[in-house]
Design a protein around this ligand. Structure first.
Ligand SMILES: C[S@@+](CC[C@H](N)C(=O)[O-])C[C@H]1O[C@@H](n2cnc3c(N)ncnc32)[C@H](O)[C@@H]1O
Length: 233
């Protein structure tokens, strides 16, 4: 079990040589899952996109290739992830289409209402305050923008991997949500048009929610301080 939690530690915050190996491995092992999730949304060619917990940076590369005239930013709080992601995306960075920054999901270094799309692949398990962090992503989304959270395990999936995750994630301080909890996370954070899609045979899940076109971050703050002033009232 110590071995398993040590492996989780490298996924939580890759460091050193082991971290570089883990990032290289995840770039390959998460690729099909990522393609499956990204196929569930439409990505505009001119989109401004953020990948949170970008790890080794392969999702950032995929997004830059899909949003042919867009801008993609990857963010991660690990030095190693930032370095590997920058290396993976060097050609895109050179032409000014990609930027990789260091930072935490809990305090994203961006103003309100800037991204058309935020992606998060295999990272939410580690977020320190999932509810608040999902709201922080909401803050940086443009009204009309969307968050997609993609994961290869969820609570209640029938696969062997999901059963192992149910057993070991809590020990490692990681969060594993059920389908309903995914939906609740998004709706509670203020997202609309929430969709949760499963691939039961593989135990994969993706949750998608939009920031309503009428929701700007300042509007959200207004609602929080004075609920009676909520949209439409
Ligand atoms: C399991 S890896 C997934 C990496 C990549 N998204 C992929 O699919 O291969 C999780 C990544 O999330 C990052 N991460 C975890 N918690 C984070 C946080 N609070 N803020 C920013 N990044 C975080 C880790 O440093 C790591 O690079």
């Amino acid at each position: 079990m110590t071995d398993k939690t040590a492996l989780f530690d490298q996924c939580r915050k890759p460091t050193g040589r082991m971290g570089r190996f883990t990032l290289w491995r995840m770039n390959w092992s998460h690729s099909r899952l990522t393609d499956w999730g990204l196929a569930k949304i439409s990505i505009e060619p001119h989109g401004t996109i953020l990948d949170v917990g970008c790890g080794g940076g392969r999702t950032v590369s995929k997004l830059a290739a899909i949003a042919t005239q867009g801008q993609v930013c990857g963010i991660d709080y690990s030095d190693e992830s930032v370095a590997v992601s920058q290396k993976t995306n060097a050609p895109w960075i050179d032409v000014g289409r990609v930027e990789i920054r260091q930072g935490s999901v809990s305090q994203l270094p961006f103003p309100d209402d800037v991204f058309d799309l935020v992606t998060a692949v295999e990272t939410h398990y580690f977020w320190p305050d999932l509810a608040a962090d999902t709201r922080e992503v909401f803050r940086v989304l443009k009204p009309g923008g969307a968050l997609i959270l993609i994961a290869e395990a969820y609570k209640g999936a029938k696969t062997a991997a999901a059963k192992l995750a149910e057993k070991y994630f809590p020990v490692a301080g990681m969060t594993l949500l059920s389908v309903n909890e995914h939906r609740e996370l998004f709706t509670t954070a203020g997202y609309s048009d929430v969709r949760v899609v499963e691939e039961p045979g593989k135990g994969w899940i993706c949750s998608i929610g939009k920031k309503h076109p009428k929701d700007s971050a300042s509007d959200t703050l207004r609602k929080e301080s004075n609920p009676s002033s909520a949209r439409g009232s």
